[in-house]
Design a protein around this ligand. Structure first.
Ligand SMILES: [Zn+2]
Length: 293
C-alpha cells in the first residue's frame, strides 16, 4: 500500500534523524508546498490526538549524563571517535576569534507554510521534520535544503561565555552532496520584556511546534499547514551572525558542518522555556576547546 510505504519511509527518515542532527538520506518525495498560505490556527494537544501515531522510541547508546554522557561518547562506540579526536568540534564558545558579520551570510527561500510536517518527541530533543526540498538557504552559491529543526536547552553555543536558555538548530543539507550540512542556530532567551518580543506571526512556528509536541518520548504527530514563514524574518533581525566550520553536536560528531549562529536571542516567555524542559532533559553538549596535542 502506498500509504503504508509512505509511513514506513517517514518512520525510517525519523529514525535516521533520531540524533540531534541527521544522517544524510535521500529525499522522501513529500508533496510540494501548496500555494495557499492558510494560517495555521493553534491546535490543542487533544486536537492532534487522532493524528498521533506511536512509533518506537529512538535507540541511542549515548546520553547527556553519566557514563554515556558527552565526555564518554568517544569510548562507547568506535563510530564516535571523532567526538574526541576531531579538531573542529561543536558547539564552541563564540568569541571575537570567530568570524562575525553584520549581514546574514546567507539568503532564505522558505515558503510561508509547509503542507504537513512531522512533530516528534525524540526524548533527547523535540523536532520538526519538514517536507523534503521545500525550504532552502543559499550560501556562497550553494543551495541547502531544510531537513528538520530541533531544540537544545540550555543553548549549546555560548557567546563570550554566556549561555542562553535554549537554542534552535535549523539543519540543512546540500541535495547534491548529502554529506554537506549547514546548520543555522537561533538562541532563545526568557524575558518578561514584552516590548522586545517579536510579533506573533514571526513566532507562530514556535508556538505551533510546542503546542503539537507529543507528551511521550517516541511519539510523532503530523501537523498540517505548518507556518514557517516567520523564520527568515526573525533570523534576519537577529544578527550579527557568527560563522565557523564545526561538527554535529551529537554522535558521531562528524565534521564539515557549516555553522551560522545568530547573535541576538529571540525573547520568549518563561512558560516557553519550561515547556521545552517538560519534554526533554538537559541536552547541551559542553563547549569544545578544539586544542589537540
Ligand atoms: Zn542540534
Amino acid at each position: 500500500m502506498h500509504l503504508v510505504a509512505t509511513l514506513a519511509l517517514a518512520g525510517a527518515i525519523l529514525a535516521s534523524l533520531a540524533s540531534a542532527h541527521p544522517t544524510p538520506r535521500a529525499p522522501s518525495g513529500h508533496d510540494h508546498i501548496h500555494a495557499n498560505c492558510l494560517a495555521s490556527a493553534l491546535m490543542s494537544r487533544d486536537d492532534y490526538a487522532h493524528l498521533l501515531r506511536k512509533r518506537a522510541a529512538p535507540v541511542t547508546d549515548w546520553s547527556y549524563e553519566g557514563a554515556t554522557g558527552p565526555a564518554f561518547w568517544s569510548t562507547i562506540n568506535p563510530n564516535y571517535t571523532t567526538c574526541a579526536m576531531g579538531t573542529k568540534q561543536s558547539p564552541i564558545n563564540l568569541t571575537p576569534a570567530e568570524t562575525m558579520s553584520a549581514a546574514a551570510p546567507l539568503t532564505f527561500m522558505y515558503p510561508q507554510t509547509f503542507a504537513e510536517v512531522e512533530v516528534a518527541n525524540l526524548g533527547r530533543t523535540v523536532e520538526v521534520v519538514v517536507p523534503a526540498e521545500t525550504a532552502f538557504i543559499m550560501r556562497d552559491g550553494v543551495s541547502y535544503s531544510l531537513v528538520q529543526f530541533h531544540v537544545h536547552a540550555p543553548s549549546e553555543h555560548h557567546v563570550m561565555s554566556n549561555q542562553f536558555d535554549a537554542e534552535v538548530h535549523f539543519v540543512h543539507r546540500n541535495p547534491a552532496d548529502p554529506a554537506a550540512l549547514h546548520v543555522v542556530g537561533l538562541f532563545l532567551s526568557r524575558s518578561t520584556a514584552a516590548a522586545n518580543a517579536p510579533g506573533k506571526s514571526m513566532i507562530s512556528w514556535l508556538d505551533t511546534f510546542l503546542a503539537a509536541v507529543p507528551a511521550a518520548p517516541g511519539e510523532m504527530v503530523k501537523v498540517p499547514n505548518f507556518p514557517i514563514g516567520g523564520v527568515p524574518a526573525l533570523l534576519e533581525m537577529s544578527g550579527p551572525y557568527w560563522q565557523y566550520e564545526g561538527s554535529l553536536t551529537t554522535p558521531p560528531c562528524s565534521e564539515g558542518v557549516r555553522w551560522v549562529v545568530a547573535n541576538a536571542p529571540l525573547t520568549v516567555s518563561g512558560s516557553t522555556i519550561s515547556g521545552l524542559h517538560s519534554f526533554m532533559p538537559f541536552n547541551a553538549r559542553f563547549t569544545q576547546k578544539n586544542v589537540k596535542p
